[in-house]
Every structure is written in structure tokens, then in C-alpha cells.
Design a protein around this ligand. Structure first.
Ligand SMILES: *Cc1c(COP(=O)(O)O)cnc(C)c1O
Length: 399
């Protein structure tokens, strides 16, 4: 293990890395070590060019562009499908994760009549809020719980946003019996293999601006297993979900397929960015991305144990690489100041999740072993010198 602690070892790992050339496919200006791709991925060169081309297309085509644009949400969904182990026609790109979660949970309440809506107390706030809000609106019970019981409708994050813990999707789905599960893939899509179809998963949502690099506020995706599509109906009866949409006079009659979960006019420029992000991920291959991600998080854990534990840090993420996603969460009593010092004094961008967690995200398309090594060394040196205490202890509005 001692070898893994040297910069020379990190350089050697980069030299052997089959994904190393992918870094050149991102817009990277300056020397910043960016360990926050789990919050907002970097800009792919192809996406920058595609967005410019899409703007030109808009300028030239005007409303005629819709002949092609109309299929963009389904087309982008089909590009994402293999990345999450879905079949063609089971994924569509639209709205935000929050809105898609609302749509799918609401549709599943109508179809399944669950007694209780359940999610982990550690789940991401929007997931908890959407579920609690729906429970209130529909007069159902709501429980914050890691356990799923018969008759529950549960929203489960495949990779936990804070700790980075990766759950056994197939095992949990198989044990669900008559409970309904909606999977949240925000921290898994593009980072860890997901086999929705093989696992018998029925419903899932996820965002595209994290490991899929589609840009701030890029539309999310939703997945509904083909067999479940006919029985589920979106709570938003929008015209983009209508069969034969341009026969304007007819009453609402939803599309037979995944298109029934669209609501209003999609953001076509942003959907194009999702397509580019999906293509880049597919070109690298999810298994290769996963292998590199594990190697990078293993390096963080080894350096954490050697350098940071003596400074009062502890590991929040599971030690077993099979049980963690693509970020490592570490805890420290002065985590906010340490995180701010990394950004302001060391040109390293991690993120902070209160009250005491620093997340170090390693997006395997563009993070190198030397990045991890240098970031950990700078964190060690800042905290060992007490330099982080010179930063204000009060937190900013966006962490
Ligand atoms: C990032 C994230 C979201 C984001 O939802 P938005 O609607 O895109 O703001 C939701 N859930 C989880 C688990 C996340 O990690």
C-alpha cells in the first residue's frame, strides 16, 4: 500500500489508464482540481460545439425545426437507456428530477394504492419533500425509514448523495415483493453500472448534469419498464404526452409509450447537451468508468487513512469499493473551513455538505490519479498548518 501514497505511483497509474485520452474531450481551462463532478459535471468540447450548432439551427429553421426536435426527448432517452440497463423506449429525457419523481410517484399511487410512502432519512432533500408532500396531498402515511415493508411505495437512491454508499439494486428490487420502488439514479447514472431491466426495476429517475455532464439545469430522465407503461398515467395531462399531439381538438388520450410522461415543450438545446453527454459516457463504456472510479476512490481512502486520520478526519463512505459510488465523503469538525480553504487557498474544488462532511467526487472521464494525489496532499498540508482556521466559520448560501 505504501507505493500508492507516492506521486510517482499516481503518475504511473495515469500512464496505464485506458480512459486518459477522454480528459482532452472536456473544456479544461487552468489548473483547478475539480472534484465536484458529482454536483455539476464539466463541459464536454462536443457539447460546447453542439450547443452553438443548435443555436444556429434554431436561427435558420425557426418553427420548422420541430419536425426533427419533436423526437429529441425520446432520442436522448434511447441514448441513455443502455447506460442504465434499460431497453429502447423505456427512458425519456424531460423536466427535472424533482418533477419526474413527482410524476412517477403520483402515477404509482394511482395504479397501486400504496398505504405508506417511504424514503430514507438520509435521502436527498427534494426526494423527501416530494414524497412527504404527496403523502399530505393524497392522505397517505409517510415514513422516513431505510426499511421497505409490504405495501409501501419507496423512493431509494441507488448511491447515497452524502455518504456515497452504493446499494444492491437487484437484491432490494427482488426482495420488494408487493412494495413499489422508484429508484433515484442521480449519483449512479454514468458512474456505476445500473441494470434496471435485468433487476426487474419498474420505475426510476435521475439527473444528467452530474456524471453525465449535460450542464447546469439540464433536463433529467425517467424510466418506466415497458410492461408498466400502459397502467401508469402522468398526473400532468400535458399536450406533449398526448397521442397524436397536433390533432388539437381531441380530449386527453395519452401516448401508449414512454412519451406519455412528457408534459410541456421540452428544452431542445438542453436535450442536445444530454445527447452529447450520453454519447461520451457510452464511448468510454460504463465498465471501464467503474474500474477507474474504484481505483480513484481507493487512492483517496488510502491517502485519507495515512494522512488525514491523524488530523482528525474520518471516513463516512463504505470501505468496501463494491459498496460505494464515485465520491468519497470524509468528516471533520472544521469541515466547512477546510473545504473553503481548499477552494480559496489550494485551487481544489470539493463540496461541503453540512454539518461536517466534505465530498470528494472523482468523475472518471476527466479526473486523474495525480489530481487525487495533489488534492489530498494540499488538504493535509492546509489542515496540518491550521491554515483553514483563517477562513470565516460562517457558511455561504450555496455549498
Ligand atoms: C442531485 C439530486 C437531485 C436533484 O434534483 P433536481 O430536481 O435536479 O434539482 C435529486 N435527487 C438526488 C438524490 C440528487 O442527488
Amino acid at each position: 500500500m505504501a507505493g500508492a501514497l507516492t506521486r510517482a505511483d499516481a503518475e504511473a497509474a495515469d500512464a496505464r489508464d485506458p480512459l486518459a485520452p477522454f480528459r482532452d474531450r472536456f473544456v479544461i481551462a487552468g489548473e483547478t482540481i475539480y472534484l465536484d463532478g458529482n454536483s455539476l459535471g464539466r463541459l464536454p468540447v462536443a457539447t460546447r460545439d453542439r450547443l452553438a450548432a443548435m443555436a444556429a439551427e434554431w436561427g435558420e429553421q425557426l418553427v420548422r425545426g420541430w419536425h426533427d426536435w419533436i423526437d429529441a426527448p425520446a432520442r436522448a432517452g434511447d441514448l441513455l437507456a443502455p447506460i442504465v440497463g434499460a431497453r429502447p423506449g423505456e427512458v425519456v429525457v424531460c423536466d427535472s428530477t424533482t418533477v419526474n419523481l413527482y410524476k412517477l410517484v403520483s402515477a404509482a399511487i394511482d395504479a397501486r394504492a400504496p398505504r405508506t410512502l417511504v424514503t430514507s432519512p438520509d435521502n436527498f432533500p427534494t426526494d423527501r419533500y416530494v414524497l412527504e408532500g404527496l403523502a399530505r396531498q393524497r392522505g397517505l402515511a409517510f415514513r422516513l425509514d431505510d426499511e421497505v415493508r409490504p405495501g409501501d411505495l419507496a423512493v431509494i437512491s441507488h448511491v447515497a448523495y452524502r455518504s456515497g454508499e452504493l446499494l444492491d439494486l437487484a437484491g432490494i428490487q427482488a426482495a420488494a415483493q408487493d412494495a413499489t420502488i422508484v429508484w433515484d439514479l442521480c449519483h449512479s447514472a454514468g458512474a456505476v453500472p445500473v441494470n434496471l431491466h435485468e433487476a426487474g426495476a419498474e420505475l426510476a429517475v435521475g439527473c444528467t448534469y452530474k456524471y453525465l455532464n449535460a450542464g447546469p439545469g439540464a433536463p433529467a430522465f425517467l424510466y418506466v419498464a415497458e410492461e408498466r407503461q400502459p397502467e401508469l398515467r402522468s398526473p400532468i395531462w400535458g399536450w406533449f404526452g398526448q397521442r397524436d399531439q397536433f390533432a388539437m381538438e381531441r380530449p386527453y388520450d395519452p401516448e401508449p409509450g414512454i412519451g406519455r410522461f412528457l408534459a410541456g415543450t421540452p428544452n431542445i438545446l438542453a436535450v442536445a447537451a444530454v445527447e452529447e453527454g450520453a454519447k461520451l459516457t457510452a464511448a468510454a463504456g460504463i465498465d471501464a468508468l467503474r474500474a477507474k472510479s474504484i481505483a480513484l476512490t481507493e487512492r483517496i481512502v488510502a491517502l485519507h487513512d495515512a494522512w488525514l486520520v491523524p488530523l482528525g478526519f474520518s471516513l463516512e463512505t463504505p470501505r468496501d469499493p463494491a459498496r460505494r459510488g464515485s465520491h468519497v465523503a470524509i468528516r471533520h469538525d472544521e469541515a466547512w473551513q477546510a473545504s473553503a480553504a481548499l477552494i480559496e487557498r489550494a485551487d481544489v474544488v470539493p463540496d461541503f455538505r453540512g454539518p461536517d462532511t466534505i465530498r470528494l467526487g472523482v468523475a472518471p472521464l476527466y479526473i486523474r490519479h495525480v489530481d487525487v494525489h495533489d488534492a489530498m496532499q494540499r488538504l493535509r498540508d492546509l489542515v496540518a498548518l491550521g491554515a483553514h482556521r483563517e477562513l470565516p466559520a460562517a457558511r455561504g448560501r450555496v455549498t
